[in-house]
Design a protein around this ligand. Structure first.
Ligand code: NAD
Length: 476
């Protein structure tokens, strides 16, 4: 049993009613367990964040930047432990777990710099009207609740935590019950750095704990990453209290491959876009749109590339793809395999769970999938790729945009003018041209349509935790 809640600068045992099993998905076995935080403990965490706010928001930006640099350094010092824990609990291949850690480190470093630049942004506003001066003050929003999912625990939490602390907010973080041990590192680092008690609080638990936090009237803002169904509930709670919310939700993103592409290169991008993190990415490019002139060459090579992926236990084998992270996700993906069989979809690769211990599925490719198929329209969150052919650029844009989601897209073409034109026409928050899943902390993250509200990363990620105030003075 693990003591895993960090409240007001203390590690405490959970007093909730849920017992959380922490699993190794490659074995389908638990390796730790903990008790969820109770509703009272969520109250205590919010109260601690509220108590810590006046002092924290009045720290200098350079003081906050020093703490953020400390987080980056300490993450680096815990590299091996954090990489191994992600491999064990998420089922991530080693190189992916390393990249996640590096992403989190870069995020804290970047927001340290952003914090240092804050004083220069509190400046005088030139006014056309005579007789007045005005100045801007960027103030922290206040106490923020951060609720995150399990697929990129270190990264998603860093994308919220670093800008929130940089802005001068105090936080209550609720990690996913599927990966509750990973973000404990942030509490341990806060301890090691001497971050003032209550600035960062961590409460673990399932839906009940999340709901206690998102319904809490002591928050000034809630930032949520997760499914659309829970995101709607979080938004309802926020609306009841008229408070701001950032929502990073699901996706069903397109990868558009034009016939002037190098086929082998395109196959590499397509495979990475659906097999990275076993396809458990909001940004998985799970809808392949391939132009007629290249489809007959590309699809057999894609089939072979997916079949050749080494799928296995990242802790004991050299693998390209690990298991799905939870049994629930494994059952969900298996249910889509059943739907595909019922719908009579043409399966070129995979289409089944692996016959071995653990929560493994084979990388899967369905072709000529009808536009109204559930597999074409719904987020599956697994290594399941659906393909359709297109003839013209206009058709590709229309089909890519024909989705209730709008998170990301990839465009592959040797004609860069065309690629840029298509990128401009796609209704999403981020487009990659001739690359896939390349996320940089300086660029934004977030979606249009059903993929969410607001942006993370870059200066936009910091703005999400700031409130703009102007002070206007009459000179007369
Ligand atoms: P989820 O919505 O089930 O859970 C997310 C978090 O919300 C967890 O911490 C969970 O405990 C908590 N929660 C559950 N019920 C709650 C409630 N009623 N009130 C408040 N909190 C509650 O999502 P998941 O299965 O953990 O993650 C997968 C989803 O996350 C996918 O849809 C994926 O696309 C999305 N996602 C989006 C992004 C993005 O940046 N857009 C990134 C990663 C994941």
């Amino acid at each position: 049993m693990t003591t895993s809640h960090y409240i007001a600068g203390h590690w405490v045992e959970g007093q909730g009613s849920d017992c959380i099993s922490v699993n190794d998905p490659a074995l389908g076995q638990p390796f730790a367990e903990l008790m969820a935080a109770s509703v009272t403990q969520v109250d205590q965490a919010v109260a601690a964040a509220r108590n810590a706010l006046p002092a924290w928001k009045n720290t200098s930006a350079s003081e906050r930047a020093a703490f953020l640099r400390g987080f980056a350094e300490q993450l680096g010092q815990r590299r091996e432990a954090l990489v191994t824990l992600q491999m064990r609990n998420n089922g991530k291949p080693r190189h992916e777990a390393e990249i996640d850690l590096d992403d989190a480190i870069a995020t804290f470093g970047y927001y340290a710099e952003q914090a240092e630049q804050l004083p220069s942004k509190n400046r005088t506003v030139p006014l056309a009207a005579p007789g007045f001066t005005a100045r801007t003050r960027l103030e922290p929003v206040g106490v923020v609740g951060l609720i995150v999912p399990w697929n990129f625990p270190l990264v998603t939490s860093a994308w919220k935590l670093a800008p929130a602390l940089a802005a001068g907010c105090t936080v209550v973080l609720k990690p996913s019950e599927v990966t509750p041990l990973i973000e404990q590192a942030y509490g341990q680092i806060a301890d090691a750095l001497g971050l003032p008690a209550g600035v960062l609080n961590i409460v673990n638990g399932k839906a009940e704990t999340g709901a206690a936090l998102s319904n809490h009237n002591g928050l000034d803002k809630l930032s949520f990453t997760g499914s659309n169904s829970v995101g709607s509930q979080v938004m309802r709670s926020a609306s009841a209290q008229c408070r701001p919310v950032t929502l990073e939700l699901g996706g069903k993103s397109a990868i558009v491959v034009f016939e002037d592409c190098d086929v082998d290169q395109a196959v590499e991008w397509i495979v990475a876009g659906i097999s990275w993190n076993a396809g458990q990415m909001c940004s998985a490019t799970s809808r392949l749109l391939v132009q007629d002139g290249i489809a007959d060459t590309l699809l057999p090579r894609l089939q072979a590339a997916l079949a050749n992926l080494r799928v296995g236990n990242p802790l004991t084998e050299e693998v390209d793809m690990g298991p799905l992270t939870s049994q629930a996700q494994w059952l969900k993906v298996a249910s889509y395999f059943a739907t595909a069989r019922e719908e009579g979809l043409q399966c070129l690769a995979g289409g089944h769970a692996l016959d071995r211990e653990g929560w493994f599925v084979s990388p899967t490719l369905y072709t000529d999938v009808p536009k109204d198929s559930r597999l074409w329209t719904e987020e599956i969150f697994g290594p399941v790729l659906c393909a359709r052919r297109f003839t013209t650029e206009e058709q590709a844009i229309a089909e890519a945009n024909d989705s209730r989601f709008g998170l990301v897209a990839t465009v592959c073409s040797a004609d860069l003018e065309r690629a840029e034109r298509v990128a401009d026409a796609l209704e999403v928050g981020h487009v990659w041209i001739n690359s896939v899943q390349a996320v940089f902390v300086e660029t934004s993250w977030g979606g249009t349509k059903g993929s969410g509200i607001g942006r993370e990363l870059g200066p936009w990620g910091l703005s999400a935790y700031q409130s703009v105030k102007h002070v206007t003075r009459c000179l007369g």
